[in-house]
Design a protein around this ligand. Sequence first.
Ligand code: SAH
Length: 366
Amino acid sequence: MTSLPLIFDAPRRGLPPRHLADLSQAERRTAVTELGEKPFRADQLSRHYFARLENDPATMTDLPAPVRDKLGRALLPALLTEVRHVETDSGKTRKTLWRLHDGTLVESVLMRYKDRLTVCVSSQAGCGMACPFCATGQGGLTRNLSTGEIVEQVAAAARIAASGEMAGGRSLRLSNVVFMGMGEPLANYKRVSAALHRLVEPAPAGLGLSQRHITMSTVGLVPGIQRLAEEGLNVTLAVSLHAPDDELRNTLVPVNTRWNVREVLEAADDYAGKTGRRYSIEYAMIRGINDQRWRADLLGELLSGRLAHVNLIPLNPTPGSKWDASPKHVEEEFVERVAAFGVSITVRDTRGREIDGACGQLAAKG
Ligand code: SAH
């Protein structure tokens, strides 16, 4: 059988149909009313989805069959289809490749630690920020994810957690969410902030996760950080700095030419001031590029007195890249020099490297 030319199969790229998780409690009641049903049906659906983590209308037997068929079709379309998952770290890290309704592929990663279970979610398919060391950055932006597509990644992780399928001892509930998968979350602000509300609102409005256990990682889109500070949410902010000086940061995080190191740190300081939350500085150690002693000193000086914590991430080299991680002894000296300024600093573990599940590797190869 000959296959059709790709142009005929190519799905239209676009946002998915409306989903319960796109809507606030009030909007859900309106939507249900518009479908000719009583508003309390919205609360029933919400309890199933957010409290019991069910997404198959057929299981919602407290609703009459015709009602659940109608509401299920209208408000619980399948948003994510698992293409496959891979596990590593003795089953404690699990990466899932999802196909979205239009054929777009995205990934999320679930990581079990001693006493927490963290899911790393994607906020966009691809990314438009073009950081040269990041796998996702190389392919450009395909599209924004909808609020429902973001929330479903978290709900899917919570389902796996609840099923006890995750290896590593007694079962844990999903506790942490990091926006460190594909995409720049603050470039998809409206949908990401709605997703944050869904994640933290108590059931049945949302999943009831703790705000402090959610981390928003950004290249440093200053207006986005400012908006987030006004959101009334105390989520943890992580800034992907990667260089203490504008000259180098302009090349590693190209959006630095728009908002420079000083401006990004001032926005992060304001965020810390408003929320009372310490922020993280992400710094990927790239051999011979940003790991010099003088840059460690400059970083220490820059962050001294700020409410910041540095996460050093050994670079996870992307395929075909000329760059590599810094040697261990260089990393150790870098840590000591930054710490000498009274700045708190730790080295991030490198979960999921062998399954391309670590930072910046989520390129959804299909
Ligand atoms: N766009 C957001 C979130 C996605 S990336 C951001 O940039 O913060 C999550 C983190 O992984 C960021 O700190 C990013 O700089 C880092 N990262 C990307 N590629 C990496 C790589 N190859 N090795 C190590 N860290 C990487």
